[in-house]
Design a protein around this ligand. Structure first.
Ligand code: GDP
Ligand code: MG
Length: 180
């Protein structure tokens, strides 16, 4: 969903990745600057809208959260429909969540075309002591797959806005190129 009506932009961005990697907290940090210590997996699709400015243009980022569906590998095609950006999230302290990102990418690719702006996100970078995935591993996967890459901490607010803003800017650039 990349609608352009005059100066109005609405970008649908999906957040995907294994259970408990911090997807919901990345979203609540971005949209409301809040962090929730309780992991609650509410069932059902939810999204939040955050307004950001790019090149003086107001952009509504409609960010979707799997809200627990991922636990049952049951993220529906409706979730992906119309997405123009995606954050593929893993937890730097749990290698299995990093290994799963390939599966999440495959799923994204079956539902969306390659123009979707993609960011690989290594979350929980505050957990340096129990790091299980190196920065280099993240970087090289991102290079292989043609993704942006960033490490974040929803807990400390590190790079959370940057993760979303880089994706939003890329989508904006794609849209401007098309409408030129
Ligand atoms: P989701 O299942 O991917 O939506 O993950 P949640 O956002 O529910 O987070 C799962 C758990 O990880 C919760 O206990 C959070 O408090 C915790 N968590 C989320 N982000 C971070 C982070 O950046 N650092 C740390 N240390 N814990 C986090
Ligand atoms: Mg969640």
């Amino acid at each position: 969903m990349a609608e352009e009506e005059g100066e109005e932009y609405l970008f649908k961005i999906v957040v995907i990745g294994d259970s408990a990697v911090g997807k919901s907290n990345l979203l609540s940090r971005f949209a409301r600057d809040e962090f929730d210590h309780n992991s609650k997996a509410t069932i059902g699709v939810e999204f939040q809208t955050q307004v950001v400015e790019v090149d003086g243009k107001e952009i509504k980022a409609q960010v979707w959260d799997t809200a627990g569906q991922e636990r049952f590998r049951a993220v529906t095609s409706a979730y992906y429909r119309g997405a123009v950006g995606a954050l593929i999230v893993y937890d730097i302290s749990r290698k299995t969540t990093f290994e799963s990102t390939k599966r999440w990418l495959d799923e994204l690719n079956t539902h969306c075309d390659t123009t979707v702006a993609r960011m690989l996100v290594g979350n929980k970078c505050d957990l340096e002591d129990i790091r299980d995935v190196s920065v280099e591993e993240g970087k090289s996967l991102a290079e292989e797959e043609g993704l942006f890459f960033i490490e974040t901490s929803a807990l400390n607010s590190t790079n959370v806005n940057a993760a979303f803003e880089i994706v939003i800017r890329e989508i904006y650039n794609n849209v401007s190129r098309k409408t030129l």
